[in-house]
Design a protein around this ligand. Structure first.
Ligand SMILES: *[C@@H]1O[C@H](CO)[C@@H](O)[C@H](O)[C@H]1NC(C)=O
Ligand SMILES: *[C@@H]1O[C@H](CO)[C@@H](O)[C@H](O)[C@H]1NC(C)=O
Ligand SMILES: *[C@@H]1O[C@H](CO)[C@@H](O)[C@H](O)[C@H]1NC(C)=O
Ligand SMILES: *[C@@H]1O[C@H](CO)[C@@H](O)[C@H](O)[C@H]1NC(C)=O
Length: 419
């Protein structure tokens, strides 16, 4: 590396450091005197800004634009290659950066100020869930893979389940088979990331199912790299510190049954070809299973739950690729010992928890959690599903999912493991 290049990099680093300083400083100013208001609006702002007149609001906007211009000016004087386009991009990115400090106020919702309509029992339940999680994370005699690594050491591709909404300062880690379709819908409405005939979706239920699961509708942590480069981990950590982070979990065995029912008992060609064929070949003596799921179902061929469990326990399964997200352990999807979740919801109390969370976020008036009409897997069926599974396999399966059981306070299913 030649000297002038080195110097250039040094100057750029310096500028970025200054920007970060300005942002941090701005935070304090915002908290003490007035709230910044960008062109993006958020429900909170109306509440927080209601003492200001609209003209004041405009004033802050122009002040902010001014500041961004100054920062960009700073940047571009040192970056000879900065073209108009990249400036525009910078502007967008800075907007993203600066919106962090709205989140200060969004995130700074005071858990006590709305105490008049906050259910104390639910608050206690949350405190208890967080305590259990923390105890397990700090208990050095309970280990599981990836527990001790630092957030910085988590590979980018393992951060693909964390959906960020910069408009409201919310991060949601989605867990498939735990009402994630509906929470993703809510995240789309909040972040206005999908348009319906030119306007953002207002009602979560209007969003078509296939679009909900299209990853391009969600801004996830693993996409930061492309946008922010080597500052992405740093930005993630700022956001993790300031935003409200939530997760919804479910009894791990019931989640597995649910995954099996929806992916292998219903006709799903993708899952049939990728997974069912493997199970049929390896564990059911079908040397040549039918090509497509419709042919297989027509001749009554499908993997059993026993095959599925065998597949999960088979060490060959994860040799090349990790478990599919529908049965991958929650702690591997959401890193609960590295990310300090503010809210841990459970599917077993979904309606209550969802309503409570929306209230904490001060969104209960704008958004309702969509009711779920689908035939939910009930815990009471667990015994029937496991009837054919040998005791030894059940114990192994428990060990495979033990971390999820303990982290999220699900009792060990003794009734399945002792007889
Ligand atoms: C830590 O984990 C071990 C092993 O699971 C358990 O026996 C012990 O009770 C835990 N300790 C605390 C303080 O929770
Ligand atoms: C996901 O959305 C993008 C952009 O809207 C679109 O180009 C792509 O085809 C979609 N993918 C699927 C699998 O539907
Ligand atoms: C598959 O075939 C082998 C050998 O013929 C036999 O031992 C095994 O029991 C069969 N397994 C099943 C699930 O039918
Ligand atoms: C739900 O699914 C279970 C098992 O697949 C079935 O026995 C039950 O009848 C279904 N209930 C409804 C309302 O469809």
């Amino acid at each position: 590396m030649n000297k002038s290049k080195f110097f250039q990099i040094l100057v750029i680093m310096g500028s970025i450091f200054m920007i970060l300083l300005i942002i941090l400083y701005w935070d304090d100013v915002g908290a003490a005197h007035y709230y910044l208001h960008t062109t993006v609006s958020k429900p909170q702002s109306s509440r927080l800004l209601n003492s200001h007149t609209p003209t004041n609001q405009k004033l802050y906007e122009s002040k902010e634009v001014e500041m961004i211009k100054q920062i960009i000016g700073l940047l571009s004087t040192h970056k000879s290659y900065s073209s108009e386009d990249s400036e525009k991009q910078n502007l967008q990115e800075l907007n993203g950066l600066i919106s962090i400090n709205h989140e200060e106020t969004a995130r700074g919702y005071d858990w006590t100020t709305h105490s008049t309509h906050i259910n104390l029992d639910l608050a206690k339940v949350q405190a208890e869930r967080r305590r259990v999680l923390q105890d397990v994370c700090t208990n050095s005699s309970f280990q599981f893979l990836g527990k001790k690594r630092l957030f910085d050491d988590i590979p980018n591709k393992e951060l693909d389940h964390l959906i960020v909404d910069d408009r409201h300062g919310i991060i949601y880690c989605y867990v498939p088979k735990v009402a994630c379709t509906n929470w993703k819908r809510i995240m789309i409405v909040l972040s206005e990331s999908l348009l319906n005939q030119g306007a953002p979706y207002q009602d979560p239920l209007d969003i078509p199912r296939d679009q909900v699961h299209n990853s391009s509708a969600h801004f996830t942590f693993n996409k930061f790299w492309r946008r922010y480069g080597k500052f992405s981990k740093h930005l993630m950590k700022i956001k993790l510190k300031k935003y409200t982070k939530f997760i919804f979990v479910r009894d791990p065995f019931v989640r597995l049954i649910s995954a099996f029912r929806s992916k292998f008992e219903l006709e799903n060609d993708d899952f049939y070809r990728r997974f069912a064929v493997v199970m049929l070949k390896l564990y059911s003596n079908f040397t040549e299973p039918p090509e497509s799921v419709s042919e297989a179902f027509a001749s009554g061929i499908k993997p059993t739950f026993l095959n599925f469990v065998q597949y999960l326990l088979d060490p060959r399964t994860e040799k090349n690729v990790p478990f599919n997200e529908h049965w991958r352990q929650v702690h591997r999807l959401c890193h609960p010992c590295q990310i300090n979740y503010d809210f841990i919801g459970k599917l077993e109390s979904l309606d209550e928890d969802a309503e409570y969370l929306l209230r904490l976020l001060d969104m209960e008036k704008i958004l309702h959690f969509p009711p779920s009409y689908r035939n939910r897997t009930a815990s009471s069926w667990e015994m029937d599903w496991f009837a054919d599974i040998p005791l030894e396999w059940r114990k192994k399966l428990y060990r495979l999912y033990e971390a999820d059981f303990t982290l999220f306070g699900y009792p060990k299913p003794e009734h399945l493991l002792n007889n």
